[in-house]
Design a protein around this ligand. Structure first.
Ligand code: ADP
Ligand code: ZN
Length: 707
């Protein structure tokens, strides 16, 4: 019988431990199950992998997955194996003996998913191998690599159409996170897909917060940012190799485990840094954009752009490396005028300067935005939003406007008196009455507006200048040493009294609305502590099994454990991300860790949140304690504890009879209940024993004996 969506849903639970499909996953799976071709565009972290992994598990035969990045291949295969899926990879990193063993497994039909590099897949010996087995489907990951229009063209990919020709009846799925339309059409054409159905998921990543700050005192701002995020993994992107080294060193000097990464490092050192990051040994990486491609780490919690990226495509891709697990993650972009100048110079020397300058301008607009930033981003990618997002700095701290006419007049008048011969920094210095030698030498201190703006800080003036630029009151003569000119609109302000509205500079001076960490509620404190404990266990298990921690469980799964406190394998199996394999392999250790945490929490004198008190009693019971003993330890009444345990019993958890009723009491109570019929609750039974057995014990006995 052909596999159905019901089978797919069941497999989603069994293998991956998830209860629901994400948008489009189900539709894509259905398409492959019926044997059709598909093109899938989904952002990073959208959940592309499952769309071909589930059909691969359900269809007869072996799936071939073409993937360009060897590191990523290894990661995906490890993650699949941890879920009990027979996956393997075939690439140039393997020895001859390893490959021979693999070929044997393939011929015995013991491999359900085979990851392979594009150059291997078209080799004659590999093709020969494929001809001897049944192929369930062909998945082409990072499919944009086939297009010269994409940003990551790989010549080997152009051979893949030929592969498709060799297996005409097999469904092909091409997947990419690159949205642009030209690339998409190119993929369909070049891969020779048969009437492919195109699935385009939303590119929104609502769990990523967006914020932009002026690039002043960046280090201090970064330290503030990190203080609120102890132990979290993140990447700081820099423009230059030297900056990556400097910033990492300065962070280390402050006690942070940070490393740098750039293309100029020896390959082994780069690989080591990447491994350390993936395995949570070094949480912070200062890197050029070379870092991040081919990293599948799902628990990157934040991204900082120390310098501005050169376009929104790059920016979106880089921030997209945070929060693949869907948990809230933060991004911060520093915006400085100097970075813009540097980028302009880079671009001037590059291949397509006009297009690149236009893209940089869009990037700058985004950085200077006074409306919801996500609107701008998604508009750029052709996906208009209905509402403001509520999760960007502009939404959370809407700009206040002030009358900036006088400020503008001061600046414009100074500029004219300086004969439009100066750049932005000099203009600000003159306005502020700086004592610089150059100012005195050139006689700039003699003009009438010298020092007329000394009441504003340097940074506030920069902020105003950027706005004057954007409003078109001034412009930059790029061909004349970046000196400033007053435009027509500027003259209107200066001579005709046109009014200027500015965004209040203070808004950007206060760093973030959240710099002081709020005191945690009881519940948050409990969950944070538990999260750390479970993270520690995850790390230990991962080290033992030589896989990255997120392969054991994702952060999202650990968070859910902290909220639900599963104290049995059954309860554990209901947590999202705990499939059958992981339940058996890691479940017992995590249940024990949660129970141990609950017991220790109070023993160490901390106050449990009320919602956890029953769990703590049950955790003690799991250790072989009865109601009285638990009551004594927890300094509560035995009857309260009895209530807690009953609650767990009613939720389907097991109670230990021998511990609760060590003597023959249970049998005697049961007997009495039978005899008395116990119609009016337990009153008769209570009287029967001359009030010597408390009610809570009678209730427990009733539950345990099914009376
Ligand atoms: P992509 O390849 O599109 O970047 P992945 O396939 O790696 O994304 O998925 C990103 C994360 O989302 C992974 O941790 C994955 O396990 C998780 N995920 C995928 N589908 C679901 C689902 N239906 N429910 C919950 N989590 C999911
Ligand atoms: Zn917003």
């Amino acid at each position: 019988m052909l596999p159905t969506l019901t089978d797919a849903r069941r497999a989603l639970r069994t293998y991956f431990g998830y209860d629901q499909f994400r948008p489009l996953q189900e539709e894509i799976i259905a398409r492959l199950l019926e044997g059709g071709d598909a093109i899938v565009l989904m952002p990073t972290g959208g959940g592309k992998s499952i769309t071909f992994q589930l059909p691969a598990l359900l269809r007869p035969g072996m799936a071939v997955v073409v993937s360009p990045l060897i590191a990523l291949m290894k990661d995906q295969v490890e993650a699949l194996r941890a879920n009990g899926v027979a996956a393997a990879y075939y690439n140039s990193s393997q020895t001859g003996a390893e490959q021979a063993a693999l070929v044997e497994d393939i011929l015995l039909a013991e491999v359900k998913l085979l990851y392979v590099s594009p150059e291997k897949v078209v080799s004659p010996e590999f093709l020969n191998l494929l001809r001897q087995v049944k192929i369930s489907l062909i998945a082409i990951d990072e499919a944009h690599c086939i297009s010269q229009w994409g940003h990551d063209f790989r010549p080997e990919y152009t051979q893949l159409a030929w592969l498709r020709g060799q297996f005409p009846g097999v469904p092909v799925i091409a997947l990419t996170a690159t949205a642009d339309k030209t690339t998409r059409q190119d993929i369909a054409r070049q891969l020779d897909l048969r009437d492919p159905e195109v699935f385009v998921a939303s590119f929104d990543r609502p769990n990523l917060s967006l914020s932009v700050l002026p690039g002043r005192n960046r280090m201090a701002q970064i330290l503030d940012f990190l203080r609120l995020r102890p132990g979290q993994s993140g990447i700081i992107y820099c423009l230059s190799r030297k900056a990556t080294e400097d910033i990492a060193a300065r962070l280390r000097a402050r006690g942070y485990a940070a490393a740098h990464y750039h293309a100029g490092m020896p390959a082994d050192q780069r690989a080591q840094t990447q491994e350390d990051f993936i395995n949570d040994r070094v949480p912070i990486i200062c890197a050029t954009i070379a870092f991040g491609m081919g990293i599948d780490k799902s628990n990157v919690r934040w991204i900082i752009h120390y310098n501005m990226p050169k376009n929104l495509e790059g920016y979106y891709q880089e921030i997209g490396r945070a929060g693949r697990d869907g948990l809230p993650s933060d991004t911060l972009l520093f915006h400085s005028y100097r970075d813009v100048l540097t980028l302009r110079e880079f671009i001037a020397e590059s291949g397509q300067p006009e297009l690149a300058q236009a893209k940089l301008a869009r990037m700058e607009e985004y950085a200077n935005a006074q409306i919801c930033r996500r609107r701008i981003l998604l508009n750029y990618f052709g996906e208009p939003m209905e509402q403001d997002c509520g999760n960007c700095d502009v939404c959370q701290n809407p700009p206040q406007r002030i009358d900036g006419t006088i400020l503008a007049q001061k600046a414009l008048s100074a500029l004219i008196r300086l004969r439009e011969e100066v750049g932005m920094n000099m203009l600000v210095d003159v306005l502020r009455g700086s004592n610089r030698k150059e100012i005195r030498e050139k006689g700039y201190d003699q003009i009438k507006t010298y020092g007329a703006g000394s009441d504003l800080s340097q940074g506030d003036w920069q902020h105003c200048m950027v706005q004057f630029l954007q409003m078109g009151l001034i412009e930059i003569a790029y061909d004349q040493g970046h000196t400033l000119r007053v435009t027509e609109a500027g003259r209107a302000v200066l001579f005709d009294g046109a009014r200027v509205e500015l965004v209040r500079p203070e808004r950007t001076r206060t760093r973030r609305p959240e710099p002081q960490a709020k005191p945690l509620s009881l519940r948050e404190a409990f969950e944070e502590g538990l999260f750390e404990a479970l993270r520690g266990l995850r790390k230990a298990l991962a080290t033992q099994e030589k896989v990255p921690p997120y392969v054991v469980f994702s952060d999202a799964t650990l968070r859910e454990m902290c909220q639900e406190c599963p104290l049995s394998l059954t309860a554990m199996s209901r947590i999202s991300g705990v499939g059958t394999r992981k339940e058996a392999r890691y479940g017992p250790a995590f249940v024990e860790a949660i129970a141990g945490y609950l017991r220790d929490f109070e023993a160490q004198g901390q106050k449990l949140p009320p919602s956890r008190t029953a769990a703590a009693s049950y955790a003690w019971h799991l250790q072989g304690l009865g109601c009285e003993e638990i009551a004594q330890r927890r300094q509560l009444k035995a009857t309260t504890i009895g209530g807690h345990l009953l609650k767990y019993w009613e939720a389907g958890e097991v109670l230990n009879e021998k511990v609760l009723f060590p003597t023959g009491e249970l049998a005697r109570i049961h007997q009495a209940m039978e005899n008395l019929g116990a119609r009016d609750g337990l009153r008769d039974v209570y009287d029967h024993f001359h009030e010597s057995i408390p009610y809570y014990r009678l209730r427990l006995a009733a539950a345990l004996t099914g009376a």
